[in-house]
Write a protein of this length. Structure first.
Length: 225
């Protein structure tokens, strides 16, 4: 299945086994104090209402699924294997936002993020929203910190619906000179390759009609305050 695409737009359907994702091109920087910034507009109007469970935004993706990872076999979408290591945020249909640290095991780090914006984020009321995610490395103004803002509509200048962040050594990342990010979604019916002989069975599951439209996405490394 090929994602529907225009310039800076991708549609991700959960038809293949309740899981879909795509990578953004890797970006690079020569300055260790720089951080990563991901901006993306999401249209979730056909996602949560059709069985989608949560939307994924992963930074610093490394490795892939295989015999030494919990899924025990690769998970390919558009010719690319699902990452093994990464950090980022996940967004649920009830407005809950969590930080996730993928660590190559079946027990990723998870932490709820408090909304400090003073507003209420409800994807049912605001199915189109724009996220800005920032993440520092071991140096610089955002060392060992990640932050997220969610704004109404298709602009990074829209009404602020959610703001929060997390910090600590476990949420930092070693500087590698670059970052690769991914966006995706998953539903509760996902069946890991470990349950099907370490080869993923790409069958429609609980949310074959769930779809996400990602647009105006941009990943860059730059000074962050």
């Amino acid at each position: 299945m090929t994602p529907r695409r225009t310039a800076h737009t991708r549609e991700l359907r959960l038809t293949p086994n309740d899981l879909n994702f795509c990578y953004l091109p890797r970006v690079a920087s020569s300055v260790p104090s720089h951080g990563s910034e991901l901006v993306c507009t999401v249209d979730a109007s056909r996602f949560f209402a059709h069985g989608g469970n949560h939307i994924v935004f992963a930074l610093d993706c490394e490795g892939g699924q295989g015999s030494y990872n919990p899924h025990c076999g690769p998970i390919f979408r558009y010719g690319k294997n699902l990452w093994a290591l990464a950090r980022g945020f996940i967004v649920f249909g009830d407005g809950v936002v969590m930080a996730e640290g993928w660590n190559g095991t079946a027990m990723p780090a998870l932490a709820s993020i408090a909304n400090t914006s003073g507003a209420v984020f409800d994807p049912a009321q605001h199915p189109v929203f724009t996220l800005r995610i920032v993440a520092g490395y071991r140096r610089g103004a955002l060392a060992n910190r990640m932050g997220i803002e969610i704004r109404a509509g298709d602009s990074a200048e829209g009404a602020l619906l959610f703001a929060g962040g997390i910090e600590g050594p476990e949420w930092g990342w070693d500087w590698t000179g670059g970052s690769k990010a991914a966006m995706g979604g998953i539903a509760s019916g996902f069946v890991p390759p470990a349950a099907t002989g370490c080869v993923e069975a790409l069958l429609p599951r609980s949310a074959p009609h769930a779809a996400l439209v990602m647009s105006r996405f941009r990943l860059r490394m730059r000074p962050l305050a």
